[in-house]
Design a protein around this ligand. Sequence first.
Ligand code: NAP
Ligand code: HSE
Length: 434
Amino acid sequence: MPTESAPRPVTVAVLGGGTVGTQVARLLTDRDTDLHIRMGTSLKLTKVAVRDLTKARDIDPQYLSDDAMAVATSGADIVVELIGGIEPAKSLIMAAIKAGSSVVTANKALLASDGASLYAAAEAEGVDIFFEASVAGAIPIVRVLQESLSGDHVTKIMGIVNGTTNYILTKMEEDGASFADALTEAQALGYAEADPTADVEGHDAASKAAILAELAFHTHVTREDVFCEGISNVSIEDIRAAKNMGCVIKLLAIAERMPDDSGVIVRVHPTMVPQEHPLASVRDAFNAVFVETEAAGELMFYGRGAGGAPTASAVLGDVVVAARNRLTGSTGWGESADVQYPVLPISEASTCYYVNLDVADRPGALASIAQAFADAGVSIQVVRQDGHGEGAGLIVRTHRASDGALQDTVNRLRKLSTVKAVVGVMRVEGEAGA
Ligand code: NAP
Ligand code: HSE
């Protein structure tokens, strides 16, 4: 009788040996026994490509190479791309796919810029491309949208998907830390991108929002489709005003389908969230993704969104699935951009707003301001006034209105002699019944 032989080891080559790559190499070697039991065979690390061989790092030197293209095209079963950025990452991934390797990547910037070409190349070659770690670090949200919720209809996603900015906002709010000090700490902890502007100005979150929206709404969405505003203009005054209104400020990535199915809107911006909303309690570098669907209702996924080991956990999960597929000669879920909703501009988004005004404290001032809101078709929910004498601070919270109408209101307010300055404007999300 023929005896069944043990499956061959699955080979894994890693491109990048930085914050995440180092942890992936460590897990691949330390967890070999567990992975063997789970898969019935070993995952064998072959090489780790880096830029600078002389740099001190926690990777056994026998694995290191400074020839990334040779590593990418070495014919490993799985190539893990952890270099980041557009080039040379894209050429390396394309070359790995052409060489017949499945690919695992955490590169949201590349996927949000040209994921479609990578997915098409993988499909043409009959290999997998997986990217769980590209959104929200350790949180398994990509597979949830691709598989678990594939029988449901997602209506809206609101996510805290950037650890660095959530860390900064938490430190500013809770410890009164300065923006610069909090950013330096986030960089030291390995949360920030190589260029932290990508975190602070919302570009990293916008790339993740594009990936989430594409998966949720089966529609091509790229980084260019995402409205993006970062946290560099969030002031201590905004944080204080939010607290006074029972809110916290979070950088949210929001992807929503219009109620009449006319399209989807994808946006990233600082947002006031009521303290009782589940997203308000997500602190430090933690991430959370709040998903609303037609059948399941509300779901929230929470966990570590940045850092070497948490991100490596998500990478390893993809590696194991890709390895199983190699052994069985199958592939997993590919791209599902089969609906193609139009992606609408932010002006069509509907939300509540907080408007902070510096006003003249004199008879009729409030009436003129209320009229500006009314003329733009924006309904006021709450008004609070502080200060007496020459000047006063006026905080207005509106009912739901379109972004376009709010912009019109702000333009009208700026022309009033009773308004000395529009000090702050921020969108408010997550209010019950708003
Ligand atoms: P990183 O610490 O900057 O590491 C990048 C690595 O790539 C370094 O080892 C670098 O080599 C290597 N590299 C750069 N250019 C190269 C080239 N031309 N050829 C060969 N190697 C090259 O980055 P990271 O934080 O690990 O992030 C990696 C990826 O994971 C990015 O796409 C990032 O967005 C994503 N990600 C990161 C996190 C996180 O928390 N850090 C979380 C989720 C996703 P040297 O070491 O020699 O310079
Ligand atoms: N720089 C990113 C963050 C890493 O701060 O969330 C995780 O993608």
